[in-house]
Design a protein around this ligand. Structure first.
Ligand code: ROI
Length: 165
């Protein structure tokens, strides 16, 4: 987008994940596409990480990343844009907690907690997931989550998440 400086913008952190159909490519492309969404600009992106699946183990390893997105959209309008992008990747979700082509989650939206039937922010599981915290710490190590730095949350976890690039 050309400029977001003349309007009220927010900073959202988006988690990306894929474990189907060339996951590395899915995530790399999605990171570029985030920058093309209406009123969205990617201001930071983590490396890509390989991670063992959380949940059912009979599925491929995941590729995960996190992006910081400056946006003039409301949280729900951003969610709509992310879901449309998932659909353009022909998102498949074979079962609950099963493999998927592309998953885009709003992790944080400014410092605003959101409780809505479509969206909860902070993402309710992010503090217990190394595949989210490891890439997020790379781009925003001092960001607080429930009044503690992200790095402290990550230090509590078994971190089997490894950078790919
Ligand atoms: N596990 C990993 N490692 N990465 C993910 O992105 C991911 N996403 C999910 C579940 C199935 C919970 N497990 C995951 O939705």
């Amino acid at each position: 987008m050309s400029s977001t400086s003349d309007r009220q913008t927010s900073l959202a952190y988006i988690g990306l994940g894929s474990n189907l159909e060339q996951p590395q490519q899915q995530v790399a492309t999605a990171l570029e596409e985030l920058d093309t969404l209406t009123l969205c600009r990617v201001t930071a992106a983590s490396r890509l990480y390989a991670s063992r699946p959380v949940g059912p183990q009979d599925q491929p390893d995941f590729v995960n990343a996190v992006a910081a997105v400056e946006t003039g959209l409301s949280p729900l309008a951003l969610l709509d844009q992310l879901q449309a992008l998932e659909q353009r990747h022909r998102r498949r979700r074979e079962r609950h907690w099963g493999p998927r082509t592309l998953d885009l989650d709003v992790l944080l939206f400014d410092r605003t907690p959101i409780v809505h039937e479509r969206l909860r922010v902070p993402h309710p599981s992010m503090h217990e997931r190394a595949f989210v915290l490891r890439p997020l710490c790379e781009i925003a190590p001092r960001l607080p989550l429930y009044e503690q730095p992200l790095s402290q949350w990550l230090a509590r976890l078994d971190d089997d998440v490894t950078p790919l690039n």
